[in-house]
Ligand binder design. Structure first.
Ligand SMILES: Nc1ncnc2c1ncn2[C@@H]1O[C@H](COP(=O)(O)OP(=O)(O)OP(=O)(O)O)[C@@H](O)[C@H]1O
Ligand SMILES: [Mg+2]
Length: 426
C-alpha cells in the first residue's frame, strides 16, 4: 500500500517469519549458537523457549535454511496431531517413502532411514515448533524416537521449540527432561537493538536511506513493544502507514503514538499467561520458597553453570583453571588492566574465543599476544559437555571496566563477552 511512496520493494514489517528479514540480535545469535553447539556435540535433545512473538518460528526457518544443505532436516510446525499422524508427518518431511500405517511400521521405516543416513555420515535433525502444544503422550513418543541410536551415538537430534510453559510440561516428564542438555530462553531485544532491527528490516525491504525514525519514535516503539519483534513489526507497519497518510518519510514520536493508538491499548500488548500456566505458576511459587533454602548452599553462579552447559549468560563462574600461555606477557598492556593491584579471589576478563583443543587455544592466544593483546587461557570443565579452553583478553578487578573493554573488543571480536575468572590457577 505505502511501498511505492517510500520506494520499497515490499512491506518491511510483515508478520510472517521470513528468514530473509532475519536480524541477528544478541539473543538470536546466542540461541543459534547453542543449538548449533548441541548438534555438533550430538546432544540428542535441545530446548529453545521464548515468549509469544519473540522469533521462535523465525529461528526454525533460519535453521532449516542453514542446515538443509548439510543435514537431513524435518520440521514440524504444528504438532497438534495424533501419535500416528506425527510419525507420518516426520517420515514424510524427511522424504522417506513409506507405506507404514501403524506406529511400529512407521518407526521401523524411520529407523531404517536414520541408519542409512548414519552410514552416509549425514546427521538427521528433527525440529518441532510450538512444542508447548504437544501432549504428554506425544512428548513421550518423541523421547522414544531419541532412543533410536547406534551403540555409540544418537541417530537423531531433536530440537524442541516453544513457549515458556513447555518447561512446565517437561517437568512432568522427568525421563525426557533429564535428557535435555542444552536449553536457551530467548529474551526481548534491547533498546539499541530495536533501532538496528528496524533499519535492518527497512534495508532488506529495499529502503535506501530515505526513511528515518526519530529518536523519540524509537523510544516509543521500544516502550510499546518491550523489544518483542512481532510487536515492533505491528507498530512500525502502522507508523509507516501513518507517515504515508501524512506524506512524510520522517517517522516521529507523534506518528508512532498514532500507530499505537490504532492498535488499541496504546500498543501495549502484553503476554497473557494461559490458565494452565497460571495454575502452574502458583505451584512454582510454592516450590520456589522451598528451593530458596536449598539455594543458600549453592551459589547463583554455580547454579547457572550447571543449568547452562555452554555460554548462555555473560557470567562465568565455573571454577576454571587459568593457564597463562607460557610467554603471554603483554606487549601492549590494556589501559585499565589492574594486574599490579592487590589480588582478589577473582578477576574479570573478556572471553573472545573458545576451543576444545588446548593446542588451538594456545596458538590463538599467542597470535593475539603478538598482535599486542594481554592474553590468557582458561580451562573450563562443563558438566556433560566437556572441557573448553577459553581465550581471554585483559584482567580487570572491576566488572564495569571489563564491560567497557568488551565493548571496544566487540568491533574486532563480535563474540566477545565478559566473564569472571577464579584466580586460583594462575
Ligand atoms: N531476529 C529476527 N529478525 C527479524 N525478524 C524477526 C526476528 N525475530 C522475530 N522476527 C519477526 O517477528 C515476528 C514474529 O516472529 P515469530 O513468528 O518467529 O515469533 P514466535 O516466537 O514464533 O511467535 P509465537 O510464539 O506466536 O509462535 C515475525 O514477523 C518475524 O519476522
Ligand atoms: Mg511461532
Amino acid at each position: 500500500m505505502y511501498e511505492q511512496f517510500y520506494g520499497l520493494k515490499e512491506r518491511p514489517f510483515s508478520l510472517s517469519p521470513d528468514p530473509k528479514f532475519f536480524y541477528l540480535s544478541e539473543v538470536h545469535r546466542e540461541a543459534i549458537e547453542h543449538l548449533h553447539y548441541a548438534l555438533i556435540q550430538k546432544e540428542g535433545f535441545v530446548l529453545l523457549t521464548g515468549d509469544v512473538g519473540i522469533g521462535k518460528t523465525t529461528i526454525c526457518r533460519v535453521l532449516l535454511e542453514k542446515y538443509q544443505k548439510q543435514y537431513k532436516v524435518a520440521l514440524v510446525l504444528n504438532p497438534m496431531l495424533s501419535e500416528e499422524e506425527l510419525l507420518k508427518y516426520i517420515v514424510q518431511d524427511f522424504g522417506i517413502i513409506s507405506s507404514g500405517q501403524t506406529k511400529k511400521e512407521l518407526i521401523d521405516d524411520l529407523n531404517k532411514f536414520l541408519l542409512e543416513q548414519h552410514a552416509l555420515g549425514r546427521a538427521c535433525i528433527l525440529i518441532i515448533d510450538e512444542a508447548q502444544n504437544l501432549t504428554v503422550e506425544l512428548l513421550e513418543q518423541i523421547r522414544l524416537l531419541s532412543n533410536l541410536e547406534t551403540e555409540k551415538e544418537k541417530l537423531i537430534q531433536i530440537i524442541l521449540i516453544g513457549q515458556a510453559e513447555l518447561n512446565i510440561k517437561l517437568s512432568q516428564l522427568e525421563q525426557l527432561n533429564q535428557r535435555i542438555s542444552v536449553r536457551y530462553h530467548l529474551k526481548p531485544l534491547k533498546y539499541k537493538e530495536v533501532t538496528s532491527y528496524i533499519y535492518h528490516r527497512l534495508t532488506v525491504a529495499g529502503a535506501s536511506g530515505g526513511i528515518t525514525f526519530t529518536k523519540g519514535a524509537m523510544k516509543q516503539i521500544y516502550k510499546f513493544s518491550k523489544g518483542i519483534p512481532r510487536l515492533i513489526n505491528l507498530i512500525c507497519d502502522r507508523a509507516l502507514l501513518a507517515g504515508y497518510t501524512s506524506k512524510t518519510t520522517r517517522i516521529t514520536k507523534a506518528l508512532v503514538n498514532r500507530a499505537a493508538k490504532s492498535l488499541g491499548k496504546e500498543g501495549e500488548i502484553t503476554y497473557v499467561p494461559t490458565a494452565f500456566f497460571k495454575r502452574r505458576m502458583v505451584m512454582a511459587l510454592a516450590m520456589a520458597s522451598f528451593l530458596l533454602g536449598v539455594a543458600l548452599s549453592f551459589t547463583f553462579h554455580d547454579w547457572l553453570s550447571h543449568m547452562i552447559p555452554y555460554r548462555l549468560y555473560k557470567i562465568n563462574t565455573a571454577k576454571s583453571n587459568v593457564l597463562q600461555t607460557k610467554d603471554a606477557v603483554p606487549i601492549k598492556k590494556i589501559k585499565k588492566s589492574t594486574e599490579n593491584k592487590p589480588k582478589m579471589m577473582y578477576f574479570y576478563s573478556i572471553n573472545v574465543e573458545a576451543y576444545q583443543s588446548k593446542e588451538e587455544a594456545v596458538a590463538r592466544a599467542k597470535a593475539l599476544k603478538n598482535a599486542g593483546y594481554e592474553t590468557f587461557i582458561t580451562k573450563v570443565k562443563i558438566p556433560k559437555v566437556g572441557t573448553w579452553y577459553r581465550v581471554l583478553i585483559g584482567k580487570f578487578e572491576n566488572k564495569r571496566d571489563a564491560l567497557e573493554e568488551e565493548k571496544r573488543l566487540k568491533k574486532e571480536f563480535p563474540e566477545a563477552w565478559t566473564i569472571r575468572v577464579q584466580r586460583g590457577g594462575i
